[in-house]
Design a protein around this ligand. Structure first.
Ligand code: MLT
Ligand code: ZN
Length: 469
C-alpha cells in the first residue's frame, strides 16, 4: 500500500481505488482457480482520460498493470502474478455504449460493456451483435477483443477481430490513440487496430471499440441430433453448407460422455432423444428473411443424412423455450465437467476436414497416457475449434490428475501439430500457454512479436508474464 503513488487516490477517489485485501481478492484469482496473484490495488477508472492518467502514474512509478474486464479468462490472462509490484486495472466502470448507428450498422462501446448488454442494445436498435458464448453474461467488450474471442457463431460471423472496425487504446506511455473509425475500407498504413486484438493487454489497454452490427435474423431453428460418429457429424455439416451455407449460425459437436455429464449434473437438462448415443450435434439455423423455411431446410437435410446412416435421431426445436433447452445441453458442458471432477482443457483448432481425426487420435493418445481418462471433446466443429477436454478417471485423486496436466496437453498438442492445427484456438495464451510459444511460434514469428512488444512497451509494464515467454 505504501508503494502506491498518492496521485492514484487523488485521481480516482474512493470509488475508483480499492486497496482493502477483502475488496481486491476477487480480482486476484481467475474463476477456474488456477492462479492466485498479488497486487497493490485495484484501479477502477471511469473514463479514458482516467485510464491514461493511471497508466502514466504507474509507468512513472514502475508499477505493472494488469487490465481486467469480466475476469472470465480460461488461461489466466487477466489476473496478476505473485510478486505484488502491480495493480489490476478494472474496466468495469467504463460501461457506456457511446453510439449505435443502424445505417452504418455500428456500435461504439466502452471496454467494460458486458457482451450480453451489447447484444441487447443492438437488438433494441433492431440489429444484431452476433458474438455469443457461455460467458457472455460476464465477459466484457475489452476482454473479448483482447483475446480475439470466438464462441458459437464464428462459423457465420467470424471472431471478435472480424467484428471490430476501430479501437480506442491507451498506450503503455499513457498516450491515447483514438482509432474509433467506423469505416469498412480504410487502408492507411499498418492496421494498428489489429495489433491490439489478441494481444491480451500486453501492448496497451483497449478502452473502447467500434463494432460491426448485422441484420437481425427473423427466422431461426435449432436441431439436436445423434450421429453415427465424428465423420458423420462432419458429413452433416457439409450437407447443410451445400444446401444453404448462409443459414448456418452455429454447428456444434458434443460427445456422448459430455451430454451424459450435462444430464447428470445440471438440473433441468435432459436428453431430448429416446436413445443415448456416443456422438451428437447441435445445429443452429437462422435467416434474416421472416418467411425463410428453415424447418423445411432441416427436414430436407436430415432426411438425406438419415438415409445415408449419418444421423441416427433428431429433434427440431420449435418454441423459443425448447430451443433454449437444446442450447443449454451444449452451453452447460464446462459447468458439468467441473462438477464431474478435475478436467484439463485443450482449446485447439485444426482444419475443419481434420476434426474427426483430431477427436479420435487425441482421445486414443490420452487413453494410452492415463488409462481410464475420459475424453470430453466438444465445441465449434463448423470452424474447426474443438475443446479437446479430458476428464479425470473415475475415482482418481483430482490433484494427482491435475499434476499430469502438462503431459496431457502435450499429448493432445502432438496430434494437433501433426494435423496442422493450433494449440490455442479461442481462449488465448495468458499464463497457461506461454511455455508453448517457443516451440509453436519460435523463430521469426516470436522474434517479431518480441520486437513489437519492446517498441510499444519498452519497460514491460503491460500485463507482464502473459503471452510472451
Ligand atoms: C465453450 O465453448 O464452452 C468454452 O470455450 C469451452 C471450454 O470449457 O473449454
Ligand atoms: Zn468455445
Amino acid at each position: 500500500m505504501s508503494d502506491l503513488p498518492d496521485a492514484l487516490a487523488t485521481l480516482l477517489g474512493p470509488a475508483g481505488l480499492l486497496t482493502d485485501p477483502a475488496d481486491i481478492a476477487p480480482a486476484l484469482s481467475d474463476w477456474r482457480g488456477l492462479y492466485r496473484g498479488a497486487a497493490l490495488a485495484v484501479l477502477r477508472p471511469a473514463s479514458t482520460q482516467q485510464v491514461a492518467d493511471c497508466v502514466r502514474i504507474c509507468a512513472e512509478a514502475g508499477i505493472a498493470i494488469v487490465p481486467q474486464g469480466g475476469n472470465t479468462s480460461m488461461v489466466g490472462g487477466a489476473t496478476p502474478e505473485g510478486n505484488g509490484r502491480s495493480v489490476v486495472l478494472s474496466l468495469a466502470r467504463m460501461n457506456r455504449i457511446r453510439d449505435i448507428d443502424a445505417v452504418d450498422m455500428t456500435m461504439t462501446a466502452e471496454a467494460g460493456v458486458v457482451v450480453k448488454a451489447a447484444q441487447d442494445a443492438a437488438a433494441e436498435a433492431n440489429c444484431l451483435f452476433p458474438l455469443s458464448f457461455g460467458g457472455e453474461g460476464t465477459a466484457m467488450i475489452g476482454g473479448i477483443l483482447s483475446t480475439n474471442a470466438g464462441g458459437n457463431t464464428t462459423v457465420r460471423y467470424g471472431n471478435a477481430r472480424e467484428l471490430m472496425l476501430g479501437l480506442e487504446v491507451v498506450l503503455p506511455d499513457g498516450q491515447v490513440w483514438n482509432g474509433l473509425r467506423r469505416l469498412r475500407k480504410d487502408n492507411t498504413g499498418y492496421a494498428l487496430r489489429h495489433l491490439f486484438v489478441g494481444a491480451e493487454g500486453t501492448l496497451g489497454i483497449i478502452t473502447a471499440a467500434t463494432l460491426r452490427l448485422f441484420a437481425r435474423p427473423r427466422a431461426s431453428e435449432v436441431l439436436f441430433c445423434s450421429v453415427a460418429d465424428e465423420d458423420a457429424a462432419l458429413a452433416v455439416f457439409r450437407r447443410f453448407r451445400e444446401a444453404d451455407e448462409t443459414a448456418i449460425r452455429a454447428f456444434e459437436y458434443m460427445s456422448g460422455l459430455g451430454v451424459d455429464f450435462a444430464v447428470k449434473h445440471i438440473p433441468g437438462v435432459a436428453l431430448p432423444l429416446a436413445q443415448r448415443a456416443d456422438h451428437y450435434i447441435l445445429v443452429d439455423l437462422a435467416s434474416t428473411r421472416a418467411d425463410a423455411d428453415l424447418q423445411g431446410l432441416a427436414e430436407q437435410v436430415l432426411g438425406a443424412a438419415m438415409e445415408a446412416g449419418e444421423v441416427l435421431d433428431a429433434v427440431i426445436g420449435g418454441s423459443e423455450a425448447r430451443r433454449a433447452a437444446l442450447w443449454r445441453i451444449r452451453e452447460e458442458h464446462p459447468e458439468a465437467q467441473r462438477k464431474e471432477g478435475a478436467s484439463v482443457k485443450n482449446d485447439v483448432s485444426v482444419p475443419v476436414s481434420k476434426v474427426p481425426e483430431l477427436i479420435r487420435r487425441a482421445s486414443a493418445a490420452c487413453g494410452r497416457l492415463i488409462p481410464g481418462i475420459r475424453p470430453v471433446p466438444f465445441g465449434h466443429m463448423g470452424d474447426g475449434n474443438i475443446h479437446m477436454n479430458l476428464e479425470q478417471p473415475e475415482g482418481m485423486d483430482p490433484a494427482a490428475f491435475l499434476a499430469r496436466s502438462h503431459d496431457i496437453m502435450e499429448t493432445v498438442n502432438a496430434v494437433v501439430r501433426e494435423l496442422d492445427g493450433s494449440f490455442s484456438a479461442e481462449h488465448g495464451i495468458g499464463r497457461l500457454k506461454t511455455d508453448m510459444m517457443e516451440s509453436w511460434r519460435g523463430g521469426a514469428e516470436l522474434d517479431a512479436m518480441r520486437r513489437i512488444k519492446a517498441a510499444l512497451d519498452p519497460t514491460g509494464i503491460m500485463n507482464p508474464g502473459k503471452v510472451l515467454p
